[in-house]
Design a protein around this ligand. Sequence first.
Ligand SMILES: NC(=O)c1ccc[n+]([C@@H]2O[C@H](COP(=O)([O-])OP(=O)(O)OC[C@H]3O[C@@H](n4cnc5c(N)ncnc54)[C@H](O)[C@@H]3O)[C@@H](O)[C@H]2O)c1
Length: 259
Amino acid sequence: MKRFESKVVLITGAANGIGKACAQRFAQEGAFVVCLDVTDQQNEAVAQEVREMGTEALALHCNVTSPEDIKKVVSTVMEKWGRIDVLVGSAGIYTGAPLAEVEFKTWQRTIDINLTGVFLTNQAVVPIMIAQKSGSIINLSSMAGKTSWVASAEYSASKSGVIGLTRSVAMELAPYGATANAVCPGNTLTDMVRGVAGKVGALDGKTGEEWLQMRANDCPMKRLAEPWEIAGVIAFLASEDSRYLTGQAIEVDGGLVMS
Ligand SMILES: NC(=O)c1ccc[n+]([C@@H]2O[C@H](COP(=O)([O-])OP(=O)(O)OC[C@H]3O[C@@H](n4cnc5c(N)ncnc54)[C@H](O)[C@@H]3O)[C@@H](O)[C@H]2O)c1
């Protein structure tokens, strides 16, 4: 029995990295997958991959900072399937620079996508989950939501915000049997982290590869995560096995933050 047979799963940032791994994982487990992203071609390619796995998928353009886009996709999904069982909020950006060099527009863009995007998407599906008396929201925070390092002020602030926001959403959903949790990955091998490696490594006089190796050495498990390892925890948080687990911010980081 597939855990998500005929469940409707919305994933923001589905065209790449962790969001894409979630699309693949939910598809393997029988879900109807709605891929939401701003990069339309890549997003459609992920949706096509999902269809080839034997289930249904939609690729819809959705900028998570746009209330209009979100309203449109939610009404498209409700018209097609009449329910939303899972929302994974994976759309995000990293824009690291030392504090003095962070331009105001960069600060705003990071907060808009990483935090306001989570607010808007959660706000759009919460009434549906309350009416259904079921549903799971999983928002991507980061280990940067729980700890900080140089050149990460706007990213860290946005990801700490996601944890607080998720707790409040969890409180609103709890009486209806629906859940909301945040996941806090450590460095995960995606395009985002390769970009971070190049930028932050340069501040330490290191190449991107050297920086990634240093991060792996810092981790108790001595390696970085693969996207599917984050997707597995997200699938657990969307499953019946975690129905009494809500309002948590779960570190999936090989033990990095606790160490
Ligand atoms: N990779 C890591 O090491 C890591 C660690 C901790 C947390 N995270 C978080 O996990 C999430 C996914 O990260 P990733 O590594 O897969 O990143 P990624 O860059 O590989 O993918 C992010 C996706 O989000 C999409 N996106 C960006 N802005 C958008 C917008 N305004 N509207 C809709 N989609 C948008 C991009 O097009 C892309 O497809 C992010 O929220 C990130 O902050 C990642």
